[in-house]
Design a protein around this ligand. Structure first.
Ligand code: PMP
Length: 364
């Protein structure tokens, strides 16, 4: 539709048009109930159907086994930065963190309050443009878990394979906020995966946690009840009032992803879109520069700068006038960032690439 523009925001981010339109038709009177889903009890039969279907569709998408609980929580991924050590270790336990960007760094700093968090590796001195080789890492022999941020939203650095904890009793924990459901993931390799919804799967307000059930039940005694994952697992995410409307929209997104053929198909589309954009940058003779090492470039968040940095403001303004918005890089790094989540159509990336070429031609 003409009134929709291409929204390259990092999150909250663009949602599939079909999902918005479906939500619109159901908003005023949900399935003939005479109410919207926002106005219903979270313990009523309509919402029960919504949350159960959202969970089962997500389980199908990621092939999640019954060994794992799937939780719909509040507080954002930021709350999980604390909840993870509180649930998975005692204050005196060691935890390992690989920090490949600002989000991993925030997770690490929070974990220091609730565990003996060890900075196993940091990419800060390289301005977070790379991911280490796993062989060279000296993991703590007694670590309870190894934490990674699977996709750094600000720096555009994405793990393409995953490290294995060297301690046989440790588990891998991943923040997948910005690449959740963008490609198939072998969930069985992880003890815990968490993701804020507001990039790839819904509006802000819900954080999805996928956790191996046998890890639950050992939370530190001071853990607030709202951060105790076992409480939420035992109550099927209904210990208190959940963000009903957000969960409903996530459910529509999951159904849409299944309809597209699942995450292998979604990944193909994402690779095509990201490939177009990175090629445009790399073939610009240095007019546009992406600082991230090629092998770990994100399929979701594409940060780049203009060699003539004084043109960046103009680039962003002109793109916006042409209906491509929210291209400004994160305030901590500047430059340009195009977030091209699942719901960004190929046409949006094609339009951006055409604009980039034209802009370059006009600024020799
Ligand atoms: N982790 C990553 C990778 C993120 O991109 C973000 C948000 N941009 C967060 C954590 C924090 O999420 P929230 O704002 O939902 O707490």
């Amino acid at each position: 539709a003409k009134e929709r523009i291409f929204n390259f925001a990092a999150g909250p981010a663009t949602l599939p048009e079909s999902v918005l339109l479906k939500a619109q038709t159901e908003l005023y009177n949900y399935h003939g109930s005479g109410m919207s889903i926002m106005e219903m009890s979270h313990r009523g039969k309509e919402f029960d159907g919504v949350i159960k279907k959202a969970e089962s569709d997500l389980r199908r998408l990621l092939n999640i086994s019954d060994d794992y609980a799937v939780l719909f929580l509040q507080g954002g991924a930021t709350t999980q930065f604390a909840a993870i050590p509180l649930n998975l270790c005692a204050p005196e336990d060691v935890t390992d963190y690989i920090v490949t960007g600002s989000w991993g760094d925030k997770a690490f700093k929070e974990a220091k309050k609730y565990s003996k968090a060890n900075l196993l590796w940091s990419g800060k001195s390289d301005k977070y443009t790379t991911i280490p080789s796993f062989d060279g890492l000296q993991q703590s022999p007694n670590a309870k878990y190894l934490h990674i941020c699977a996709n750094e939203t600000i720096h555009g650095v994405e793990f393409k394979s995953y490290p294995t904890p060297s301690n046989a009793d440790a588990v891998l924990v991943a923040d997948m906020s910005s690449n959740f459901c963008s490609k198939p993931v072998d969930v069985s390799k992880f003890g815990l995966i968490y993701a804020g919804a507001q990039k790839n799967v819904g509006p802000s307000g819900v954080t999805i946690v996928i956790v191996r059930k046998d890890l639950l039940g050992n939370a530190q005694p001071t853990t607030p009840v709202m951060l105790d994952l076992k409480i939420h697992a035992d109550n099927a995410s209904l210990y208190n009032t959940p963000p009903c409307f957000t969960i409903y929209i996530c459910g529509l997104v999951f159904a849409d992803l299944l309809e597209q053929g699942g995450l292998a198909e979604v990944e193909k589309k994402n690779m095509k879109k990201a490939g177009l954009l990175y090629d445009a940058i790399d073939e610009s003779n240095g007019f546009y520069v992406c600082p991230v090492e090629k092998s770990v470039r994100s399929l979701m968040n594409v940060p780049f700068t203009l060699q003539k940095s004084d043109l960046e403001k103009k680039f962003i303004e002109e793109a916006s006038k042409e209906g491509m918005v929210q291209l400004k890089g994160h305030r901590s790094v500047g430059g340009v960032r195009a977030s091209i989540y699942n719901a960004m159509p190929l046409a949006g990336v094609e339009k951006l690439v055409a604009f980039m070429k034209d802009f370059q031609a006009r600024h020799p």
